[in-house]
Ligand binder design. Sequence first.
Ligand code: NAD
Length: 362
Amino acid sequence: MSKAKVELNKKIILVTGSPGFIGANLVMRLFKEMTSGTVISFDNMNDYYDPKLKEYRLGLIEEAAKDCPVEHVFIKGSLADKSLVDEVFEKYKPAVVVNLAAQAGVRYSIEHPEAYVDSNIVGFFNILEACRHSYDNGATGVEHLVYASSSSVYGGNKKVPFSVDDKVDNPVSLYAATKKSNELFAHSYSKLYNIPSTGLRFFTVYGPAGRPDMFYFSATNNLAKDGVIKIFNYGDMKRDFTYIDDIVEGVYRVMKGAPERATGEDGLPIPPYAVYNIGGGTPENLLDYVGTLQEELVRAGVLPDDYDFEAHRQLVGMQPGDVPVTYADSKALEEDYGFRPTIDIRTGLRSFCEWYKEYYCR
Ligand SMILES: NC(=O)c1ccc[n+]([C@@H]2O[C@H](COP(=O)([O-])OP(=O)(O)OC[C@H]3O[C@@H](n4cnc5c(N)ncnc54)[C@H](O)[C@@H]3O)[C@@H](O)[C@H]2O)c1
């Protein structure tokens, strides 16, 4: 698909969901790449997981911003607050919007469905409306809307690897349903209002200062307290783990290439719309992943040298909403942006374990 080049320097970039995990890492990367312009972080700093971690990431961002020619603005607020979202767009007129703010997690959606509708449906709708009105009165407006979708849209699909051409109409969690809805909403807004939009289906992202609700992190918390970790589906699970730096590289490249606008035979816009997978492309067996995690926790000094791995694992059944395998076909991303994730799990888990030791065991 042909892409229109999007220049980031001298521009205003809005990153929602920063200082969330992926958002904070993206903003730090933008600081390294941009030589001028403004980056706006927008987040409600909710307590779905320990907000101290979000404050820690915000601290890193603010520290990095001091030595950087790029201006940084942090706005605390909710995407579900339409008047605030409109106000931010009117005041700053962002050229590129990266929407990462969302209520994440599959399991939490069973207990707290309303959080998903507020943030992922109403919040995303507010972003689309603000993008639509950014073109009012002939303004240049938003040049590219990039937003987070998820591998969870593939639900229980049996055909692997998962391709963006596969049917994804059978979500097995409300979280997945909201992410698939985001793609549908984006398509209709791209068609109606010519908004260049790209959805990114992330596959199990991990790394330093990641999300404590995710398996590798909660398992580490548990093991560090001498607890026993539950391994779901009796270990018969495969996950396409993707290290945070690979995700950030992918998002950064995608931001700079927007789907090209074009007019169809009917004189109306051909929707400048695209969706890509970003995943490692080498699914790991959960038991092997846990083994590597435990080895790296010993190496980093979080667990003792004589740690008994077997005594701290319990094999249990499948959880509602979970899927046995995720496996990304990232060919389309490679063809259009010349990139596919490459960081292996030992390298990635090593960085996570070293960070964990430094952050929690100091
Ligand atoms: N991490 C992964 O493995 C993964 C996988 C697939 C998709 N995703 C998606 O990527 C995006 C970023 O994920 P993450 O891992 O960085 O999660 P995260 O929870 O660390 O970051 C999301 C941020 O959004 C904020 N937020 C939530 N609702 C909000 C609202 N209504 N208004 C403003 N801010 C709000 C949260 O406070 C949080 O800081 C999310 O959309 C998530 O669904 C992540």
